[in-house]
Design a protein around this ligand. Structure first.
Ligand code: DAT
Ligand code: MG
Length: 138
C-alpha cells in the first residue's frame, strides 16, 4: 500500500478538554507520522470555505460557531493508506455510533463536538492541506 499524506484537525472541544495529548498519542500508536502540527484560531470565513460542502445543511452556522469557538490543531499526517486509516481510527461522525476505542467514541461529546476531523478522500486531503498549509508541499 502507498504512503499517503492526509489532513487532520483536532477540534476546539478536544483542546478545551485537554485531550490533545491523548489524541496525538493515539495517532502515534496507530503509526502516523506528524509532518506538521500547528495550533490555529480559525476565522468564520476560512471555516465556511473549509466546510463548503455543508453550506446548505441546517447545522452549518452552528458548526462554524463551534469550530471558531477556540483554537484547533491542524495536522499533516503520513502513513500507509493514511486517509482511510485515519477515518477508521476516528470512528463514525456521531460519537454515540462510533465503534468502541475510536477517537470520537473516546473523546467526542456529540455529533457536532466530535473531537477530530479527517479528510474523507485523497482529493479532499489535498484541498484541505493546501487550505491550511498553503506554503507547504507534502
Ligand atoms: P465527518 O466529519 O465524519 O466527515 P461530515 O463531513 O458529514 O462528517 O460532517 C462534517 C462535520 O459537520 C462533522 O464532523 C460534524 C458536523 N455535523 C455533521 N452532521 C451533523 C449533524 N447532523 N448535526 C450537527 N453537526 C453535524
Ligand atoms: Mg466530512
Amino acid at each position: 500500500m502507498a504512503v499517503e499524506v492526509t489532513f487532520c484537525m483536532i477540534k476546539p472541544n478536544s483542546v478545551k478538554n485537554k485531550n490533545v495529548g491523548a489524541i496525538l498519542s493515539h495517532l502515534e500508536k496507530e503509526g502516523f507520522c506528524f509532518l506538521k502540527i500547528q495550533q490555529m484560531k480559525l476565522t468564520p470565513s476560512f471555516c465556511k470555505s473549509f466546510y463548503q460542502e455543508h453550506k446548505d445543511r441546517e447545522f452549518f452556522s452552528a458548526l462554524i460557531d463551534f469550530i471558531t469557538s477556540g483554537p484547533v490543531l491542524a495536522l499533516a499526517l503520513s502513513r500507509e493508506n493514511a486517509c482511510m486509516h485515519l477515518r477508521e481510527v476516528m470512528g463514525a461522525t456521531d460519537p454515540a455510533k462510533a465503534k468502541p476505542s475510536t477517537i470520537r467514541s473516546l473523546f467526542g461529546q456529540n455529533v457536532e463536538q466530535n473531537a477530530i476531523h479527517g479528510s474523507d478522500s485523497l482529493q479532499s486531503a489535498s484541498r484541505e492541506l493546501a487550505l491550511f498549509f498553503p506554503e507547504e508541499k507534502f
